[in-house]
Each structure stands twice: as structure tokens, then as C-alpha cells.
Ligand binder design. Structure first.
Ligand code: ZN
Length: 339
């Protein structure tokens, strides 16, 4: 069976239309799966007898986070080539094609701070990421709105700027008191993600948007360290590739029984923001995420303010001294258990 994207690199399709595209496509594969392309990097697969999940896999919200983009590209290609067939409705979102094309984290602004309406909070400020974030919210709405009786899942796949003591980890969005899903944590473990950070409040991330507004089981999943396109050691992704493939094709995910001892759970203790250019860290650039320091250790300073370790086991996540003034420079987390 032929289809418009046969023999064509999916990324070159997004490259041609980095501002977005009104060239929508709608066709059916030989196995009956309906394929809809809604925009650059937005592709929906719907099998003839769709199962009980509506699944979104997003990648490339940060354009240089290549591993997840390559994983999702491979799924898209395998589905189009009918090597695998989806059992559920599945939407793939390649978040920020413009930044993917230049191999950068973003063009003008960190897109994963622009969801839940943050893209429109500063009137008059319009850029690629703001336009795209608003469109992505609409695509999520269009996708989930079709069914209200299905289990909604959205994994927003990333890689981190620096390595991690626990290479793969996930951020569980703030649930406003709703119960954490043990099955979802089992799925994360099957993806080799054994470290989970429980978010402590509303955020402007993509995963919180789907969790909060659509009740989706959503995670920001960090799969390792950023590497250029084509330089990822795909063997590091076997667990996540096989598990997500089993999920979208309706096969057994081979989940291990739930055991909290298999997980490293952390909660947010505080965030340290950068206010001016005097901000600096007192640990090396290659210190990995989830590294803890002794009580009282001087972590950072800004002007005459010192930031020290203030809790037992307090560890750093996402340190970045180069963020714009007014943004978070590092998240401080501590070990926890499920409530
Ligand atoms: Zn990212």
C-alpha cells in the first residue's frame, strides 16, 4: 500500500513547514488505520476498532532533545509502513519543528513554560513558541474531545541537559489531591524510569496541561542526556521503546507487580530563582540531576545572598545558571513516599 509519506523522512516533512501547515492530510492504510496529518509534526492514527485508550506521545517540545524525536519518528514510520498497527487512537506531536530544524532547545523561548494559557499571558508578545504552544493545546483538545469515556494518556518525552544520577526520570504533574496511579508508575518502571518527581503545584508544562484539563495520565519523561541527531545510543532506550510500542499496539506491557521499593520518589522542597546576573552555582557543571549535598553546603549565591542545603537528602534537579533573570535556576527536591 502506498501513502504520501512512504520513503520520506518524517523530519523532512516537518522541516518544510516549520511555521505550521494548513496542508492537512487524511488517508487510510491498507490495514484500515485512518491517518490524519493536522499540521507539521501533528499526526493522528485511528484503527478501525479503536481500543479503550486515547494516547498522545509528544517529543521535540525542546528541539535538540533528539532521542525521543527519533523514537517517535520510528513509530510513525513503522505504522505508516504497516510493520506495526495501533490498537488505540494515537496522536504523535513533534512539539517544536522550528527548533528541531536548527537543533536548538528553542528558537526564542522555552516552550515548556508556555502551556495552560501562558502563551497568551503577555499581550503583544508573539513568537514561534507561543504560537505553536497555543496550537498544540488546540490539537490536544481536538484529540481528546472525541471521546470522554476512554483512558487518556499523554507522555511528553524529553532528554535532560545534563546527565542524571538516575538516568531516566519522570515528573508527575500536580494532581490537586487526586490519587497517583500505581499502574502508571508500573508503566514508568517498565520504561526503565525508576525515579519519579512528584510536582507540588500547577505549572505551565505540557504534561500538567493534559493532566489538569483533560484528566490524562500524564508525565514529563526525561530519558537521558541530550545528544545530536543520529548520535543517540538507541540501546539505552530499549525499555521505553518496547513498552510504548506494546502500549500503542495493544500488546502486553509485561508490567512487574507494584512495589514502591522499586521507585525513587522525590517531592519538590523549593525552587531557587535567578534574579540578576550575579547568580552563580558552587558545584561543577557536570554534577548530575538528583545529586544530594550535605546539610549547610553552599549551593549558590546571588549578590550577598547565599543559598544552602536546608534539608536532609536535598538534591538538585534541572540546575541552569544561564536562565533568563526571573526564571527558576534550580529545583530542590527531597526523598518522599506516596501519600
Ligand atoms: Zn526538554
Amino acid at each position: 500500500m502506498s501513502h504520501p509519506y512512504q520513503q520520506q523522512d518524517f523530519l523532512s516533512f516537518t522541516r518544510a513547514n516549520e511555521w505550521g501547515s494548513d496542508q492537512t492530510q487524511d488517508f487510510t492504510l491498507g490495514n484500515g488505520t485512518r491517518v490524519q496529518v493536522w499540521d507539521s509534526g501533528v499526526i493522528v492514527f485511528e484503527p478501525q476498532n479503536a481500543g479503550d485508550k486515547d494516547i498522545i506521545l509528544s517529543s521535540g517540545v525542546h528541539g535538540n532533545e533528539t532521542g525521543p524525536i527519533e523514537i517517535c519518528r520510528d513509530y510513525v514510520q513503522a505504522i505508516l509502513d504497516e510493520e506495526i498497527s495501533v490498537a488505540h487512537r494515537v496522536m504523535f506531536l513533534f512539539g517544536n519543528p522550528a527548533s528541531m530544524n536548527i537543533g536548538e532547545r528553542f528558537v526564542e523561548e522555552n516552550m515548556n513554560r508556555l502551556f495552560s494559557g501562558a502563551h497568551s499571558k503577555e499581550p503583544g508578545l508573539i513568537n514561534r513558541e507561543r504560537i505553536r504552544a497555543k496550537k498544540l493545546e488546540q490539537y490536544v483538545d481536538d484529540f481528546y474531545r472525541v471521546n470522554d469515556d476512554k483512558e487518556r494518556i499523554h507522555y511528553d518525552l524529553h532528554t535532560a541537559i545534563r546527565g542524571s544520577k538516575n538516568e531516566k526520570f519522570a515528573v508527575y504533574p500536580f494532581l490537586h489531591g487526586k490519587e497517583y496511579s500505581k499502574e502508571q508508575l508500573q508503566i514508568m518502571l517498565a520504561c526503565d524510569v525508576n525515579t519519579i518527581l512528584l510536582s507540588n503545584g500547577p505549572t505551565t508544562t505540557f504534561s500538567y496541561f493534559s493532566s489538569n484539563q483533560y484528566g490524562a495520565h500524564a508525565f514529563t519523561v526525561e530519558l537521558g542526556k541530550v545528544r545530536p541527531f543520529g548520535e543517540n545510543d538507541m540501546t539505552r532506550f530499549i525499555g521505553v521503546r518496547e513498552t510504548l510500542k506494546a502500549m500503542i499496539t495493544g500488546n502486553d506491557m509485561a508490567l512487574a507487580p507494584y512495589n514502591e521499593a522499586d521507585l525513587n520518589l522525590f517531592k519538590v522542597n523549593r525552587a531557587i530563582d535567578k534574579h540578576d546576573d550575579s547568580f552563580q552555582f558552587y558545584f561543577a557543571n557536570d554534577v548530575v540531576n538528583f545529586t544530594s549535598f550535605p546539610l549547610g553546603f553552599k549551593l549558590a549565591s546571588e549578590g550577598d545572598i547565599d543559598y544552602k542545603i536546608e534539608a536532609e537528602g536535598e538534591a538538585i534537579v534541572f540546575p541552569n545558571a544561564k536562565v533568563a533573570n526571573g526564571n527558576r535556576a534550580v529545583l530542590m527536591v527531597v526523598p518522599t513516599t506516596l501519600p
